[in-house]
Design a protein around this ligand. Structure first.
Ligand SMILES: Nc1ncnc2c1ncn2[C@@H]1O[C@H](COP(=O)(O)OP(=O)(O)OP(=O)(O)O)[C@@H](O)[C@H]1O
Length: 253
C-alpha cells in the first residue's frame, strides 16, 4: 500500500459543548514510531481514540490505511480494525478471563481457527512478550504491573497487526520495568516491522522509541518532527516540556 498509514485532516472533536481538537492535521507514514506528547488534557488520548474509531469526528476526517473507520459497512470496518492492535492505558484485561483467554479473545472472535490453532498462536504471543506458557493459566488479579502490560501487548499483537497504538505504555511501571518494556517494544517493532503511535508523558520512552514526535497543546499539534528537531524548538511550551524537572535523558545532537 502506498500513502500514509494514518491521515488526520482538519480534525475537530468535542465532548458536549467543549471542543477538544480544533483542527488537527497529522500523518503517520509506514514504519514510523510516532510519539504524541503534550500537557495533561491537551487531547492526546482523545486523538488516539479517534484513530481507532472509538469516537467520530465532529468535523474533518481520520483515515487509516487509506480508509475511513466509519461508513464502510460492518464487514469492511471489521477488516480494517483487524489491521491494528491497541494497548490501552491500564491494560484493560478482562478480569474474569485467564491470561490465555484474554489473548485468545480476538482470535476466537474471528471464528476462523480451531482451539488447537488458537492454543499455538497464544503460546507464540506469550513467547513474543517474554512470558512462559504457564503464565497463561494466571488470572489478571495475580499479575504484576509489568506482566499486565505484557499480556495486554500480547493481546494487541494477537491478530498480527501492521499498526500498533499504545496509550501510556510505561505508565505505572518503575524505571527498571519501564526500561525492559520499552526494550521489548523496540525489539518487536524491529522484528514485526510495525508502524506505531504512542501516547506518553515519559521522555525516556520517547527518546528510546520515537522516530517522530508530535507535541500537542490545547487541541492542536504545536510541532511535529524528529526528537532532535523538537528539542531545538524555541517555543516556550516545548522548552518547558522537554527541559523541565521531569528530566530529559536525551542527548539531542
Ligand atoms: N469522555 C469524556 N467526556 C468528556 N470530556 C472528556 C472525556 N474524555 C476526555 N475529556 C476531556 O477532554 C480533554 C482532553 O482529554 P485527553 O484525555 O484526550 O487528554 P490527554 O492529553 O490524553 O491528557 P492526559 O495526558 O492527562 O491523559 C480533557 O479536558 C478531558 O477532561
Amino acid at each position: 500500500m502506498s500513502g500514509p498509514v494514518i491521515e488526520v485532516q482538519d480534525l475537530h472533536t468535542r465532548y458536549g459543548s467543549r471542543w477538544v481538537h480544533q483542527g488537527i492535521d497529522f500523518r503517520v507514514e509506514r514504519g514510523e514510531v510516532v510519539a504524541l506528547v503534550g500537557g495533561s488534557g491537551s487531547g492526546k488520548t482523545t486523538l488516539l481514540r479517534q484513530m481507532i474509531g472509538l469516537l467520530q469526528p465532529a468535523r474533518g476526517s481520520v483515515r487509516v490505511f487509506g480508509e475511513s473507520l466509519f461508513g464502510g459497512g460492518p464487514r469492511r470496518e471489521r477488516a480494517l480494525r483487524r489491521r491494528f492492535g491497541v494497548l490501552f492505558q491500564h491494560g484493560a484485561l478482562f478480569s474474569a478471563f485467564s491470561v490465555f483467554d484474554n489473548i485468545a479473545f480476538p482470535l476466537r472472535e474471528l471464528k476462523l481457527f480451531s482451539e488447537a490453532e488458537i492454543g499455538d498462536m497464544v503460546r507464540l504471543k506469550l513467547d513474543q512478550v517474554e512470558l512462559l506458557p504457564e503464565h497463561g493459566r494466571l488470572m489478571p488479579a495475580e499479575l504484576s504491573g509489568g506482566m499486565v502490560k505484557r499480556v495486554a501487548l500480547a493481546r494487541a499483537l494477537a491478530l498480527e497487526p501492521e499498526l500498533l497504538l499504545l496509550d501510556e505504555p510505561t505508565a505505572g511501571l518503575d524505571p527498571d520495568l519501564s526500561d525492559s518494556f520499552v526494550r521489548l517494544i523496540q525489539q518487536l517493532d524491529r522484528e514485526l516491522r510495525l508502524t506505531v503511535v504512542l501516547v506518553t508523558h515519559d521522555i525516556a520512552t520517547v527518546s528510546a522509541l520515537a522516530t517522530q514526535v508530535a507535541v500537542m497543546e490545547e487541541g492542536r499539534i504545536l510541532a511535529f518532527g524528529s526528537l532532535d528537531q523538537i528539542m531545538h524548538s524555541e517555543h516556550p511550551f516545548i522548552c518547558s516540556f522537554f527541559h523541565s524537572d521531569r528530566g530529559v535523558p536525551v542527548e539531542a545532537s
